[in-house]
Design a protein around this ligand. Sequence first.
Ligand SMILES: Cc1cc2nc3c(=O)[nH]c(=O)nc-3n(C[C@H](O)[C@H](O)[C@H](O)COP(=O)(O)OP(=O)(O)OC[C@H]3O[C@@H](n4cnc5c(N)ncnc54)[C@H](O)[C@@H]3O)c2cc1C
Length: 438
Amino acid sequence: MARGATERSDSRYRCVGIGVGPANLSLASLLHGHTDVRNVFFESKAEFGWHEGQQIPGTSLQVSLFKDLVTLAQPTSPFSFLAYLHDQGKIYHFLNARFDAVPRQEFRNYMRWACERNPNIVFGEQVLSVDFDGEFVVATERRTVRADNVVLGIGTHPVLPEQASRDAATQFHAGEFTARSGGLGGKRVCVVGGGQSGAEAVLHLLGRSGSELPRRVSWVSRRTNYFPIDDSPFTNDFYMPCHSEYFSRLDRTAREDFNRDNVLSSDGISEHTLRDLYQRLYVLRFIEGAGDLFALFPNRTVRAVGGADADGWKLTLGHNDQPDELEEIDADVVVWATGYRTREADVLAPLAGRIEREGGEFRIDGNYAVRWDGPADRNIFVQNRARGQRGLADPNLSLNAYRSQRIVDRIRGVRSDGQLPSFIEWSAKPRLGLSWEG
Ligand SMILES: Cc1cc2nc3c(=O)[nH]c(=O)nc-3n(C[C@H](O)[C@H](O)[C@H](O)COP(=O)(O)OP(=O)(O)OC[C@H]3O[C@@H](n4cnc5c(N)ncnc54)[C@H](O)[C@@H]3O)c2cc1C
């Protein structure tokens, strides 16, 4: 749309956010009250949701409660998790409950509360495209607005492997678990995927009782065992801004090696989930005498899925150490806990040819602004789309507030104070003159 005399000045913004998950909600929260940055955030869903299909009772956050929308960047913000507890009158109760980790449903409720307090967030309005004519022209289902800066926070979508039958009533992704895992009593269920989502699905299925209990739950994982997330102190230093910045300066091969070698620092299973699961297996086998209720198959790859929806499925597994030994599992229902992938940035199609890329990612600068051929004061920021350039912290909540603060600072032309660096010297320091005398 060309800029015309009839265009209303209230459709012009300093910042337009696309998508409202935890990433852009953090940004919207940090921008709240900055009257110099007129902003609006569009979310296609009718109301705030956070992986609703995996809001399984008993599940919890895999990071500290301090890694909320704002605290690590702005501890005095009125949008912190503690501010939420206090506002709702339950801060003492939360303290006394002594949760090992924040219940996932409570963290979702907190984020929903943050949305309700922010009039700049619009639900039920999908962004269709972003073009540029000196300003960004953002078209939604209902209107066109103009912006100096746009921030893409459109998240991820579930991944099904090629062996999965997409249309089968009896196969589904773990992202639909709460909606589709009812009515599995007496059935043979196979969960594929050895991360947190797979573990939660298995634990929930084996925790059912009476007519709700499946006949058998098989759990297949490519990993050699069901591995925990590494949540120890020095590993957590990978999730500090200084490490993310160090990481961003490495060459691409070193970055890829790092992400592969350290994947369990973000994608492993919570220790308490593993303990709950192991204890449940003990009770089933040794106390209730129902040991044939479960079967564990790590170190296997699903090679094929045959059979028909109505008669049940036959999964062919290849053992990773004994590739010639094929195994078969019969299952009435298959739950694919096979992860999520970055959502395609279709909305940026009009600008696609103007943006630099590295591998499958948009190339970004230190402030998460995409490198493109437009003017330096017109930015396309991206949230949660730079795992290859910023490391394993990018897709999770650890640096959410930090990343949003970098974006706020860049838009406002300021630089907030950072925190002290890690105890660890990540970079080589050749001029220290240290020598090895051991
Ligand atoms: C079950 C589960 C539990 C997790 N738990 C943790 C955890 O405990 N700790 C941790 O650090 N990480 C966790 N993660 C990882 C990460 O924190 C989440 O994936 C997080 O939701 C990512 O936030 P996001 O805002 O980037 O994306 P999303 O949450 O996916 O939000 C993106 C939003 O954009 C909207 N959208 C997309 N396209 C458009 C459009 N064109 N117009 C308007 N809106 C659009 C979508 O509807 C969606 O609401 C978890 C992931 C999963 C799947």
